[in-house]
Design a protein around this ligand. Structure first.
Ligand SMILES: NC(=O)c1ccc[n+]([C@@H]2O[C@H](COP(=O)([O-])OP(=O)(O)OC[C@H]3O[C@@H](n4cnc5c(N)ncnc54)[C@H](OP(=O)(O)O)[C@@H]3O)[C@@H](O)[C@H]2O)c1
Length: 304
């Protein structure tokens, strides 16, 4: 496993997403988290809403039974989605974090992200909530998810001593919006349309880590593209490249994200032990520039 500096942490290049753990038994969760740690994955992503709170609660149960392992982990959670709408009010943010801390059974989380933009946000209120949580030691570092550069700039303007350091965004080999517009600047192609305000370049300029979510899904939770007959050419290429490096096609799809020079940290959602082991193995490999572009084009995308 490779690691990178994220604020004061040494974080694994691959993170474990915990959105899909609600239905696992305690024994399965024990095996999952211990496998992650054995593979060098030390970063765990949660949200207050995952499994209606059940994901954090089950993770907290694991921590209670394995207190010594807590120090090896970096724990992140998210807030701001509630009852079918978005709520970045001070009251909601604080209440949500307190709920997460209680379910996880911890005094603090390492990272807190705002889950999806709330257009009714008052940035002063968010700043007050963040500053209070930081002063109380309940949250160490802060970031956002699914936000554009101007949304981040707006919030950052009101944060005095806090630097937004993460933006969690959807990015996979079949969801390439954040790279498409940059590759097609100054062309008439529809891919040139910038839907995210240059978020990739903005995050790189500001040293904000991009965490790609759903790295193996197509569409919006459309299922995995691996072995999916709708993505025949992509799977052929993934298998070819996987064979060359001695890794699975699934791992090759993660390797494609890791190869981007923005040092992204993909959040994998698999709870399959063998898949996790296979994926973790690929963090040390680097595919060539030519292979990266071949995979990009294998989904039907063209370069100008
Ligand atoms: N910020 C946001 O708005 C946002 C949104 C969604 C998710 N997230 C975060 O991102 C994390 C990852 O999201 P995700 O779970 O959608 O990511 P993902 O890793 O793209 O998808 C995982 C799912 O795909 C299946 N899968 C993966 N490879 C497979 C293969 N080769 N064959 C068959 N099935 C395969 C997994 O099944 P197995 O378990 O059987 O491997 C699992 O059900 C979440 O846990 C959450 O932490 C954030």
């Amino acid at each position: 496993m490779r690691y990178f500096n994220l604020q004061s942490y040494s974080a694994s290049r691959i993170a474990q997403g915990c959105m899909r753990i609600a239905s696992l038994s305690d024994k399965e969760i024990d095996t999952l988290i211990k496998t992650d740690l054995e593979c060098g994955i030390n970063f765990f992503d949660h949200a207050d809403i995952y499994g209606g709170g059940e994901c954090e609660r089950k993770f907290g149960e694991f921590l209670k039974n394995n207190p010594a392992l807590k120090d090896q982990m970096i724990i992140q959670t998210k807030c701001g989605i509630t009852n079918g709408y978005y709520d970045f009010s001070k009251e909601h943010i604080i209440k949500s974090v307190e709920g997460s801390l209680s379910r996880l059974g911890v005094d603090s989380v390492d990272f807190l992200l705002l889950h999806r933009p709330d257009t009714l946000m008052d940035p002063c209120e968010v700043a007050e909530a963040f500053e209070l949580l930081s002063t109380q030691g309940k949250v160490k570092c802060f970031g956002v998810s699914n936000q554009s550069p101007y949304q981040m700039e707006l919030l950052q303007k009101y944060l005095k001593d806090i630097r937004l350091c993460i933006n969690q965004l959807q990015f996979s080999i079949t969801n390439t919006g954040i790279v498409d517009s940059g590759l097609n600047v100054n062309t008439e192609k529809s891919e040139a349309i910038d839907r995210d305000g240059g978020v990739l370049e903005y995050c790189r300029l500001k040293d904000i880590t991009i965490q790609p979510w759903s790295p193996l899904q197509h569409g919006f939770f459309g299922g995995t593209f691996i072995n999916n007959p709708d993505y025949e050419a992509l799977n052929k290429k993934l298998n070819e490249i996987g064979e060359k490096y001695g890794i699975t096609a699934t791992s090759a799809a993660i390797l494609w994200i890791l190869r981007h020079s923005a040092c992204m940290q993909p959040i994998i959602g698999s709870v399959n032990i063998q898949r996790i082991k296979d994926i973790a193995k690929c963090a040390d490999i680097e595919m060539s520039r030519a292979e990266w572009y071949e995979l990009y084009k294998s989904t039907g995308k063209t370069l100008p």
